[in-house]
Design a protein around this ligand. Sequence first.
Ligand SMILES: Nc1ncnc2c1ncn2[C@@H]1O[C@H](COP(=O)(O)OP(=O)(O)OP(=O)(O)O)[C@@H](O)[C@H]1O
Ligand SMILES: [Mg+2]
Length: 154
Amino acid sequence: MNGHNDPVVLTDPDASDRFGAALAKLVVPGDVITLAGPLGAGKTSIVRGLLAALGLAGEAPSPSFAIVQPYAPPDTILPVLHVDLYRIDDPNEIAELGLDDAAAEQLTIVEWPERAPAGYWPDALALTLSFTADGGRALTALVPAPWRARWPLK
Ligand SMILES: Nc1ncnc2c1ncn2[C@@H]1O[C@H](COP(=O)(O)OP(=O)(O)OP(=O)(O)O)[C@@H](O)[C@H]1O
Ligand SMILES: [Mg+2]
């Protein structure tokens, strides 16, 4: 059973950045984090905060162009695959991206997991962002067993 939790309120872009940085303290190779939510919900903002806290200097590019953007030591303290499935039209294309090839050795973080078949990443920390009435963001999490002891973030 996956656990649902109270929403985390991210009042401004800085809060999204800090949330990504807090995630960075907990991730281990083999983890998958999915980031769902509408266009402009703040998915990449969290990834940028996470990558910066993992040591990446300079701003991470949005991977929408590349679909799969890898990072590796020494640029980041662990290998990271930043995936953006926005441009995937057919779920069958996802198998061709080779996302599973080194999944055990790296952190995989996926924007637009809605483009993948349901249940594609059963062990992922599944985050969903939505807009709040006052211009911020609310984040809800589906927390699978590998993440139970790590959630909520401190
Ligand atoms: N907590 C927040 N409150 C208000 N604005 C935010 C928050 N987090 C991020 N933003 C802003 O939302 C905008 C969109 O952010 P971002 O590019 O991260 O969204 P996205 O979900 O990755 O978009 P896309 O669907 O295009 O991939 C940016 O201007 C960013 O600064
Ligand atoms: Mg994005």
